[in-house]
Design a protein around this ligand. Structure first.
Ligand code: SF4
Length: 135
């Protein structure tokens, strides 16, 4: 899958240490056109993409005894929906791992009704909804 980056030990995004994936695209719905400053991930936009397999992501997670969950964040995880489902399914079904999965999205709940229904089959998915609002 394509990403902007990966942190194999991240203590800044969740109450537990996570392995964090930075998704590669966004439609910049938080008003990027009018002012670059309203996208909190603007520094990532021009970073090169990296390719990584779900097996390698799992290897990094399993190999770190300190991490206790996964964080999926910006740019925008829901704009890479095929990869998002694939990695969640791999963790939950193939690896039988129910550790916390936290998704930070700039979408509102009512913009993702179909995706919410699909994600409901997996336990323990935590989603932080809504546009980034400065201050
Ligand atoms: S959803 Fe995230 S990456 Fe997209 S415009 Fe908003 S802050 Fe930036």
């Amino acid at each position: 899958m394509k990403l902007k980056g990966i942190l194999d030990y991240d203590c800044t995004n969740y109450k537990k240490p996570t392995l964090t994936l930075m998704f590669p695209t966004c439609t910049f719905k938080c008003d990027w056109v009018n002012s670059a400053r309203v996208c909190q991930n603007s520094s990532l936009v021009n970073e090169p993409d990296v390719e990584i397999t779900k097996e390698k992501i799992w290897e990094l997670y399993e190999g770190n005894p300190l991490t206790q969950g996964f964080c999926f964040q910006g740019l925008e995880p829901f704009d890479s929906i095929v990869d998002l489902y694939e990695i969640i399914d791999f963790i939950r079904i193939e690896k039988k791992c129910n550790d916390d999965i936290v998704i930070y999205t700039g979408y509102e709940r009512d913009e993702c009704k179909e995706d919410i229904e699909k994600l409901k089959k997996y336990p323990n998915i935590i989603i932080k909804w809504g546009r980034f609002i400065m201050n």
